[in-house]
Design a protein around this ligand. Structure first.
Ligand SMILES: *Cc1c(COP(=O)(O)O)cnc(C)c1O
Length: 370
């Protein structure tokens, strides 16, 4: 054993293979603060009721409710779900990760579409499973390709709906078709991080699937439409046997007292969520039209149901140059070469004024591109 003294702790090879999550940046290379259109945060902030609740949340010395009971009960009332079928997470990011660890391991496969959310790769690798990527259809989810990629080793399918970073959306019928064709021992995780931005009549039906079937989990977050990204609150719902596994794996006091109080208050202010949805819809429509007007310069806005648009640069102006030009003009956006999108910029929908300026900068850059 003497030679062991020269060794150092070795990470598991599947952990060493993880590329750490790259968050949206908020400052320029020179440290100058920029208007942040890189992380899909809410330009309206959060509900004033939630901000007030945050400021007065309980004594810091005491542990919070380990089960986020009041928040789960309020979520149950709002969405018509038995609170026993709800688990809260430190952001939905925690729940995505524990879902993969609970149901997949070394040798198993975790499946999702090309241009899926970057955290799925990390969640799969963390538990030693192999990430499997199904082909897209013009950047959107291709249900047939997903189903064709299911193998005997597939344990879990991640589907963000709307998807990040593309904004694409699978309608209710297509989602039901995907679920119906999956083997019943494959867990379908529908990540509805942007669901509040979708018109109620266009709902994808995932909560119904989670209520009726034993192999569907739906995940939601307070980070986007509720404007509470700083508080780290997400939740999942599904069959009790699935929720039981997530409860075993999540952190014991995973939601801080202020996170629970703030999210509970935010939930009570649905008019704020509705105002956020309407503001996003209007600004997104105008911005998509402004990009469409630059089609002759090779710019293309992918159809989006979320609070961002993926703009493709297929002409002389490159996405990298557009990213630099926007940063010089004071806007930080998300360039995604690491996700196979060197020709794409994901741009969060900010205020109408910000989006007019972003469109004007892109027009200037496109017209003067070498
Ligand atoms: C932002 C986002 C989440 C949620 O992240 P939190 O951990 O809840 O802040 C989950 N899925 C997708 C696709 C997202 O874009």
């Amino acid at each position: 054993m003497a030679d062991r003294a020269a060794l150092s702790p070795q990470p598991k090879p599947w952990i060493a293979a993880i590329d750490a999550y790259v968050p949206g940046k908020s400052a320029g290379a020179d440290g100058r603060p920029l208007i942040k259109l890189s992380a899909n945060e809410n330009p309206l902030g959060c509900s004033p009721v939630a901000a007030a609740a945050r400021a007065t949340a309980g004594p810091p010395a005491l542990y919070p409710d380990p089960d986020s009971t009041a928040l789960r009960e309020a979520l149950g009332r709002l969405h018509g779900i038995d609170p026993a079928r709800i688990v809260c997470g430190t952001g939905s990011g925690e729940l995505l990760t524990v879902a993969a660890s609970g149901f997949a391991g070394p040798g198993d496969e975790v499946l999702y579409v090309r241009y899926g959310f970057s955290l799925y790769d990390i969640a799969a690798r963390r538990c030693g499973a192999n990430p499997i990527i199904a082909a897209d259809h013009d950047y959107g989810t291709d249900v047939a390709a997903l189903l064709a990629a299911v193998s005997a080793r597939t344990r879990l399918v991640f589907l963000a709906n709307p998807n990040n970073p593309t904004g694409s959306y699978l309608a209710r019928g297509a989602l039901a078709g995907l679920h119906a064709a999956l083997p019943s021992d494959v867990l379908l995780v529908v990540d509805q991080a942007y669901a509040e931005f979708v018109a109620p009549e266009d709902d994808d039906g995932a909560l119904d699937l989670a209520a009726r079937h034993g192999n569907v989990l739906v995940m939601r977050t307070f980070s986007k439409a509720y404007g509470l990204a700083a508080e780290r609150v997400g939740w999942a719902t599904g069959a009790p046997a699935l929720i039981d596994i997530l409860n075993r794996l999540r952190g014991p006091f995973n939601l801080s007292a202020s996170a629970q109080a703030t999210a509970l208050a935010a939930l009570g202010d649905q008019p704020f969520v509705e105002a956020s949805r309407r503001a996003n819809l209007a600004a997104r429509k105008d911005f998509a039209a402004a990009i469409a007007a630059l089609g002759n310069h090779g710019l293309r806005a992918l159809p989006s149901e979320a609070n961002f648009i993926l703009v493709l640069f297929e002409g002389r102006l490159t996405a990298g140059e557009a990213w630099r030009g926007l940063a010089e003009a004071g806007f930080i956006t998300r360039w995604l070469p690491g996700q196979g999108l060197p020709h794409g910029l994901r741009i969060t929908i900010g205020t109408p004024e910000q989006m007019h300026e972003v469109a004007a900068v892109l027009q200037r850059l496109a017209e003067t591109a070498p």
